[in-house]
Design a protein around this ligand. Sequence first.
Ligand code: PLP
Length: 426
Amino acid sequence: MYIVGEEEIEAVTRVLREGKLFRYGIGGECDRFEARYADYLGVNHFALAASGSNALAAAMIAVGIGPGDEVLIPAHTYMATATSVLAVGAIPVIVDIDESITISPKAIEAAIGPRTRAVVPVHMWGAASDMDAIMDIAARRNLIVIEDACQGVGGGYKGKKFGSIGHIGAFSFNYYKNMTSGEGGGVSVNDDRLAKRARGAIDPCHFYWSGRDEEEKPFAGNGARATELMGAMLNVQLDRLDGMIAKMRSEKKRILAGTASLGNLGLKPAPMNSPDDDCSAQVMYTMPSIEAANRFVEIFPSVIAGKTGRHTYTEWDQVLIGAGAAHPAMNPYLMPENAECRKTYSKDMCAGSLDILGRTVMVATNPKHTDAEIDAMVHNIGVAARVVLGGMSMEEADLREVEGVDTQKFDITSREREAATLERKL
Ligand SMILES: Cc1ncc(COP(=O)(O)O)c(C=O)c1O
C-alpha cells in the first residue's frame, strides 16, 4: 500500500452511509471502475473479482484451459500463478526466468510440449516480461497468453499497458499492490465472449444480474464478486495511479544515474524489457555472486529476489507435493486426462533461475521518498558497492544514517522466517 488518504475514507464512507454495498442494481462504484480501468488499460472489458487469484483462475476458465492442458509459468512468481492453473484442472509446467527476473522466451520455446496450451508471463515486481518475443512464440506455436499483471498495476510494455497485450490478463488489488482496496482483483480482455465467461467464473449468478444470454450458457463458477467498497476505493486509487508511477519512474532513473559509475566495480543494473514503461517499483541489480548479494543487503537494507519466502517455485509446497486440490478426485495431478502432462518437479529443476534470483538485489522505490532520501539512498548504495565489490572498509566508505526510508517493500517476512521457509523439508 502506498497512499490511502481522506479521499478513500470519504468514498468508502459514502457507500456505507448510503448502504449501497451490493454492485448489481444497487451501487454504481464497481461498474464505474470497470469502465474507467478498461479505458485506462485500452481493453474492451474489465471484470472485478474478489482477488487476483480468483481473477487468474477466471481468466484460465474464460480461455478454456482445463484437464489435459499444460500451462507454462515462470519459476519466480507468487504461488497463485501455479495454483490458478491447478484450480482449473490443468498442470503448471515451471520454466526458467532470465536476468530480467521474468520468464525467459528461450526457456518457453524449449519447454513447449505436445500438451502445452498456454503461457503465463508474469510482470514480476512491476518489471515487464519480454512480450514481443512471447507473443511471437505464441503466434508461431499456437499458445494462449494469459498475462499475470497482478504486480504490474499501472505499468506497461512498449507503450501498451500490462494486461492488454496477451489474450487475457489478470490483476490483483491486494494490500501490496500499486492500487489497493485491501483485497481485490480483476480480468482484462478484449474479446466479448471471453469477458462473459470470465464474469461467469467470477459470479455463478452473473447471468441473473446481467441478463441471460442464449449464446453463452452458464457453468458452475465459484463466488468471487467484488463489493462496492472495493469499487469506491479503487475509483480513488485510480486517480492517484499515474502520478505515483511517474514518481517511482523518476526515482528509479535518479538511482540508476547516481549509481551508474559503480558499474566498473561490478554493480550491474538488471536488464529490463521496457524500463521506461514498467512500474519502476524497484531498482534491480544483478550481483556477480550470491555472496556479494547477501553482503550487499546487510549493508544497504534491500531485498534479494530469491529470498522473499513465497515467490519462487521452491516455496510452492502444494505444487511440489502434488496436492493440486483438497479432494483427491479433483486433484489434477491424479486425473487420467493429465496422464500425458509433465508433472515432476524438484527443488533444483530451475537451478539457473535460483542462481539469478540469489544474485538479484531489489531496492524499492516509493512515491513518498523525498529528494534528500533518494540522494542518501544513492550514497549508501555506493557505500555497499564499494565495500562489497570494491573491498573498501565501512569507515572509508562513509555510510550515512537514513531514518525511516522504506527500501524493502514486499519483504514482509523476517530474515529468520525466510530462512526457515527455505530450509523446510517437504
Ligand atoms: C504475481 C501474482 N499473481 C497472483 C497474485 C494473487 O493475487 P491475490 O493475492 O490478490 O489473490 C499475486 C498476489 O500477490 C501476485 O503477486
